[in-house]
Design a protein around this ligand. Structure first.
Ligand SMILES: Nc1nc2c(ncn2[C@@H]2O[C@H](COP(=O)(O)OP(=O)(O)OP(=O)(O)O)[C@@H](O)[C@H]2O)c(=O)[nH]1
Ligand SMILES: [Mg+2]
Length: 394
């Protein structure tokens, strides 16, 4: 089956009909919190994700739960309650703040007759919406297909019926098997293409690292203000938006440090808790930028009540998932951003406590520019001096 054929199948049986966000849905958010987690914070993040995807949220439901119900995640009683809520508000979609197993999604769909979206699918759809370059689009398509493969059976009975097209299938092969095979082939092709792109980037980077200025990578939770800071440091024209995952490609620009040195600054893709694992390859360029940085700026939204949680996610991802034990550990500056939004004594106290734990750190506003020059000074202090390229040849 060619690309067009696969597209048609995918569109008919999965992406086009059921489990995908197109914007304009009327949805109930269903958030399930394990003991110890703050349900309101999780719900707020889920709402921001839904908003970014263009969904109209008409109601919310919360459940505290330790272990998911194997059949429906939230249990039958709660399903009935949510369904009633959906009917009352004329909702056509349920968005779950957790990852559902393929069977749970299928059961929920059958019980409710509504479109079922889980948190991973929601994030995947936002990535698909925001992919602006060819490489980002390929990485997102790969992630979508990997997510789709184990769920294929669930969406539409048509797929598991033996197909009627003579000569296109081996004996006994069902349309389901046929589509699975086509998807696997497409996955392999995408992996090859992405490997090529990574190799080309690697060659460019190797040259730059040998001869170029020191490198600084901006990392942080999504919506923390990385692109805004990138622009403040470089006048770089990166897209700034009050959306999650506005940036899906790394961007590199120069900046001038107060000691007269030039540095390269990289804007990267934001992190989020429990990122769908299929999306890790989409972060390839970000991972490289972090691994090869001479200095990391951890950007934190100091005005968010979830700031310390978000910082914990970023630290975890960078220090346990991105940097390998053998990688050198670059120095870190903790940038507590959105200083201009700290308008209550409580917000100040929280930010100051955080600053006490995140050192060396600085409070600034990327938006107003307050303290950005202080950050430049810190960067100049902490960036290692690279030997000028030519001295290598003497
Ligand atoms: N008030 C205030 N808003 C800020 C500040 N920095 C960023 N913002 C706002 O925060 C939102 C997110 O900013 P971005 O720079 O796009 O954040 P990001 O970290 O690049 O986000 P992603 O690319 O989506 O991961 C935008 O609405 C910005 O205008 C700041 O210092 N103060
Ligand atoms: Mg950004």
């Amino acid at each position: 089956m060619g690309r067009a054929g696969l597209k048609r199948l995918v569109i008919e049986d999965y992406l086009g009909l059921r489990a995908r966000i197109y914007g304009g849905e009327r949805a109930i958010l269903v958030e399930v919190t394990p003991p110890g987690a703050d349900p309101q914070e999780r719900l707020a993040e889920l709402a921001a994700l839904a908003w970014t995807a263009g969904v109209h949220v008409v109601g919310t439901a919360l459940q505290r739960r330790d272990r998911p119900d194997p059949a429906t995640y939230i249990g039958k009683g709660k399903v009935a309650e949510v369904l009633e809520l959906a009917r009352r508000h004329g909702a056509d979609t349920l968005i779950f703040g957790v990852e559902l197993s393929p069977a749970q999604a299928r059961n929920l769909e059958e019980f409710t007759g509504l479109k079922i979206i889980d948190r991973s699918q929601l994030i995947l759809d936002i990535f698909a919406l925001h992919a602006g370059t060819k490489e980002a689009a390929l990485a997102v398509e790969l992630a979508q297909l990997q997510y789709l493969l184990p769920r294929l059976r669930g969406w539409g009975k048509a797929l598991s019926d033996p197909g009627g097209i003579v000569g296109t299938m081996g004996p006994g092969e069902t349309r389901l098997e046929q589509s699975r095979r086509a998807i696997r082939r497409r996955i392999q092709a995408l992996e090859r293409e992405l490997k090529e792109a990574a190799r080309a980037r690697e060659i460019r980077r190797a040259k730059r690292r040998r001869f170029g200025p020191p490198e600084v990578a901006l990392v942080g939770y999504t919506n923390s203000g990385k692109s805004t800071l990138f622009n403040a440091l470089t006048r770089g024209g990166a897209l700034v938006a009050d959306q999650l995952f506005a940036t899906l490609d790394t961007k590199v620009r120069r900046t001038l440090l107060p000691d007269g040195r030039m540095a390269l600054v990289t804007d990267t893709v934001g992190f989020i808790r429990d990122l769908p694992p299929q999306l890790i390859p989409a972060f390839h360029a970000t991972l490289e930028a972090v691994r090869e940085a001479d200095l990391l700026l951890f950007v934190i939204d100091a005005a968010s009540p979830a700031a310390s949680l978000q910082l914990a996610v970023v630290r975890h991802v960078v220090f346990t998932q991105i940097l390998k034990p053998e990688d050198p550990r670059p120095p870190v500056v903790y940038v507590l951003n959105k200083l201009d939004l700290l308008t209550t004594p409580e917000a100040w106290r929280r930010a100051e406590t955080l600053l006490g734990e995140a050192q060396p750190g600085i409070l600034l506003s990327a938006k107003t520019g307050e303290n950005v020059d202080e950050l430049r000074k810190l960067m100049a202090e902490l960036l290692p001096h690279k030997a000028p390229a030519l001295t290598r040849y003497h």
